[in-house]
Design a binder for this molecule. Structure first.
Ligand code: PMP
Length: 308
């Protein structure tokens, strides 16, 4: 087994096959030109209930289909088939712990400008163990990146496309080189978009505020989840509006959210302390989110796909 291989099987183009046999030729467009689109999905193990819950699988597969549409891919499998395949694969890999599901769609065949973009769309689903840090009280120090977030009329951030992440990686590496954990990127109007892997929420005077989906962000499923939870369970409707850079410095609380990132407090931006520590509203929404994703909350069952 290589370092990367932690399970025996993955699902490729309709079949569960041994992990080691899932190879592609280096000349494929996805390798040579990074046209692949992808999804990252989490599954949470509930030991008391002996159940594995995949969080918002259907929504992830729908976004996956939208990403494919926006890069002219024509998948042979519907979103429902892909969701069912992911659940089957988790069963085949006997998963009984917190796991991550990655779905990747890529063009086969060589030639970036092949006539009419007539490449076959291949789809990979793989599963890897991943720990959750929900409840661990973690926080990050962020900077505002000197790199501008890509725009919808350049490289649409709405598409979860591998090549978009060259922009995020540039911002992340710059942040790390300067001793920060992550970066918050601004759009070409100077408004806050997102971190390199997650969306941003700011609390001002008790009100949660987040950048609109037209600001240059990925249409985050966690963001949409929190907007609903804030409104329905905490009685705090979220305001979706542009956020200025300097508002970050004077916010009462800041946190970021995403499937991989879950909910993580941002306790300083560009060296300005924000909130001092993980704030009370951040803690409250994180605890609620944790109970929902792990199936401790009786409601929101429609967001959880059962593996066992
Ligand atoms: N923005 C970016 C750039 C991301 O990579 C992610 C992670 N997918 C998110 C936001 C959060 O999206 P989601 O909540 O759907 O995981």
């Amino acid at each position: 087994m290589s370092n990367h291989q932690m399970v025996d099987y993955l699902w490729l183009d309709g079949k569960v096959i041994p992990w080691s046999e899932a190879t592609v030729h280096v000349t494929t467009v996805s390798v040579s030109a990074s046209t692949a689109v992808f999804e990252g999905i989490r599954a949470y193990w509930n030991p008391g209930q002996e159940q594995l819950y995949v969080f918002r699988l259907d929504e992830h597969m729908r976004r996956f289909a939208n990403s494919m549409k926006l890069v002219w891919m024509e998948p042979k499998h519907s979103s429902d088939e892909l969701a069912a395949a992911a659940l089957d694969l988790l069963r085949t890999n006997s998963v009984r712990e917190d796991f991550y599901i990655r779905a990747v769609a890529f063009n086969s065949g060589s030639g970036f400008f092949a006539k009419g973009f007539q490449h076959e769309t291949r789809i990979l689903i793989e599963t890897v163990p991943i720990a959750s840090h929900l409840g661990a009280n973690e926080s990050m120090a962020c900077c505002v990146s000197s790199w501008t977030r890509i725009a919808d009329n350049v490289m649409p951030p709405r598409v979860k496309c591998g090549s978009n992440y060259a922009n995020n990686r540039r911002a992340l590496k710059e942040a790390q080189m300067h001793g920060y954990d992550n970066a918050i990127m601004l759009n070409s109007q100077g408004k806050v978009t997102e971190t390199t892997v997650s969306c941003v929420f700011m609390i001002r005077d008790g009100t949660p505020i987040t950048s609109p989906v037209t600001s240059g962000i990925l249409e985050s499923i966690t963001r949409a989840t929190l907007i609903e939870l804030f409104r329905e369970r905490l009685g705090k409707p979220v305001i979706e509006r542009d956020i200025d850079r300097t508002e970050l410095y004077i916010a009462d609380e800041l946190f970021c959210c995403g499937t991989g990132q879950e909910i993580t407090a941002i306790t300083s931006v560009d060296g300005f302390p924000v909130g001092g520590e993980v704030g009370p509203i951040t803690k409250e929404i994180e605890a609620l989110y944790h109970s929902v994703v792990r199936g401790e909350h009786a409601d929101y069952a429609e967001w959880r796909s059962l593996v066992w």
